[in-house]
Design a protein around this ligand. Structure first.
Ligand code: G4F
Length: 303
């Protein structure tokens, strides 16, 4: 346990029921936000069993711990569900009624998490909700997710620390929002009168290529694209240097290519504003932050 002013951190693990029971028994929280998972889709193909244990059974372990400790009528639970549940999409845009077709070990595990939350709500009357969150990014995003990989590379390339960026499927479309805004909506879900599931998205969709283009623009680099498919390359318009190319290493055995959420229910019932931070502003925040990191790296100071 680490104490830091009002925040107390406990060591625990979603694969370890005893640690969950121990922590909940000590804290007896009013609200639980379960954001825990092996959350990288590509890595779930490499470690599918671990991903299933944590992202599927981990949810069950929390729900059961809450019940066992007699907190089922006092503790509200938020479960981080995901737009990956729509996977091989059945319709565009996706809302709370759209059928699921999970398309990775991660998404299959998350499907269990989604349904077990619904089951405990209906079977035991627990206040537990699924937030079906579309991609939410920020300057704190892990470096192996595509947006952060791009903004870090754009900053480093602008500072002369990196020659080029290698990506996988640049045609994939995502509905990207700012994580800070989405966290607010998670909280709103638990302040609601009754437990429900909500799609949290912006309702606007862009390709990986478009995100790349704009992140470079923030760094003052304009690019032109040549070729298609695995031969697509992005060149600096002023120097002619190749800055972006495709590396099939980053392709997935199955990839989700067309995510676009309809946040109408969250707007209507929670009063949430999905456009608080625009797509352009999100890229600017991330790109400016990562340019600063690159400058500090170049100057040799710690980052
Ligand atoms: O940034 P990504 O790795 O995120 P992905 O797979 O959409 O999942 C994220 O969002 C979900 C919410 O919808 C969460 F549930 C999940 O936990 C995670 O936070 O990839 C986005 C897209 C994919 O289509 C991928 O194939 O970008 C494509 N891509 C192209 N090149 C790449 C790359 N992805 C990564 N990580 N790295 C690349 O070089």
């Amino acid at each position: 346990m680490i104490r830091d002013h009002q925040v107390i951190l406990y060591y625990g693990d979603l694969s370890d029921s005893s640690s969950i029971v121990r922590i909940l028994a000590e804290c007896r929280p009013d609200e639980i936000y379960n954001l825990g998972a092996q959350s990288h889709v590509a890595i779930s193909f490499e470690a599918p069993e671990y991903c299933g244990d944590v992202a599927a059974l981990g949810v069950l372990r929390i729900l059961e711990a809450v019940r066992m400790l007699g907190m089922d009528k006092t503790c509200r639970i938020y479960q981080a569900s995901t737009s990956e549940l729509y996977g091989r999409v059945q319709e565009v845009p996706q809302d709370e009624e759209t059928p699921f077709h999970p398309y990775s070990p991660y998404a299959v595990a998350k499907q269990y998490g989604f349904w077990i939350v619904k089951e405990y709500r209906e079977a035991y009357g627990m206040f537990c909700c699924n937030g079906i969150l579309f991609n939410h990014e920020s300057e704190r995003r892990g470096e192996n997710f595509v947006t952060r990989k791009i903004t870090l590379a754009a900053g480093r390339i602008a500072e002369g620390l990196q020659t080029h960026l290698e990506l996988g499927n640049m045609d994939a479309k995502r509905d990207w929002g700012y994580a800070k805004d989405y966290v607010e909506c998670m909280w709103l879900m638990l302040q609601n009168d009754r437990p429900q599931d909500f799609v949290i998205a912006t309702g606007v969709q862009h390709t990986v290529q478009d995100f790349t283009e704009r992140a470079f623009n923030v760094n003052g680099i304009q690019r032109v694209w040549k070729g298609s498919g695995i031969h697509k390359k992005g060149y600096d318009t002023s120097s002619g240097r190749m800055l972006v190319c495709v590396n099939p290493q980053w392709f997935r055995p199955t990839d989700v290519v067309n995510l676009l959420g309809n946040p109408s229910k969250a707007k209507r019932e929670l009063g949430w504003n999905p456009m608080k931070t625009s797509y352009e502003e999100l890229i600017r925040i991330m790109a400016v932050h990562d340019r600063e990191l690159a400058k500090r790296e170049k100057a040799g100071s710690s980052i």
